[in-house]
Design a protein around this ligand. Sequence first.
Ligand code: BMA
Length: 315
Amino acid sequence: MRKGRKKGKEIVERYIENPIITSSDIPVPCNTVFNAAATVYKNEYILLVRVEGVEGKSSLWIARSRDGKKFEIDKKPALAPSNQEPFKTYEKRGLEDPRITKVDDTFYIIYTAYSHYSSRLALAKTKDFESFERIALISEPVNKNAVIFPKKFNKRYVRYDRPMAAGIATWISYSHDLIHWGDSKVVFETRPGYWDADRIGPGAPPIRTKKGWLLIYHGVKRTSAGPIYRLGVALFDLKDPAVLIGRSREPILSPTEYYERVGDVPNVVFTTGAILEKNKEVKIYYGACDTSICLATAHIDDLLSLCKKKETDVL
Ligand code: BMA
């Protein structure tokens, strides 16, 4: 056990004032607010929040905070369904589940473009969180849950994503220009019998640590009453992010609180953003029940200690 960790204390602790953002914080009528990308810009915590409008389509709004806990929402969306092609056709049903990664001086936003053709990945960028520019649609359907690494490997950008093909595996792909992606292969997959038996997908963009790249991911187990979405951690090689080093046997967060059990989609904790602080605390922002946004924290070393080699076996 890590020196300094209190006995009996949970590794991941929920913020006592959860949920931190609900639909009543949004300046227009909406159905729900959930699954936020997270980053820091000019001493401010920034969340890019998925807001589902009353008609059912999602758009992405900025929330800003000085302490990472109390957020103020901008007066209008940062990214709403586009009226310009080629995005117009593929965003007709909205923009969902953004993730933000800073590479050099640019913040890249990878999100799900949703239409009657189903979901595909799209990419936008910003340098100041005031103006946003779409770059490209970067996958065919059905694909979602993508995260970009904050550094290039051999001059190529790297991403993990979860093509739907049964939903059982997370894949890695590479790109020279962020638009054309290839060399794709599976990096980790579901574990029959475990809490992540039926589906997995990358959650927050990978966090660089001395031991490797830490990925907080979601795992799904189907039950007779519907799926349960939980969070776990996996560790990948620093030099070669296609190599899985270890993974947690148990989930780090499971729906147990009322706001994680009851909502539009019950029994869901789902992350798309986490921030590593200088004091080694990781702030994990997560959507609860596709209805609100919550915060939990953990010490990075405790998360790393859960990534065990033997748990990488597929049973
Ligand atoms: C996933 C995505 C998320 C959602 C989650 C739980 O497949 O669609 O947007 O939060 O399911 O419903």
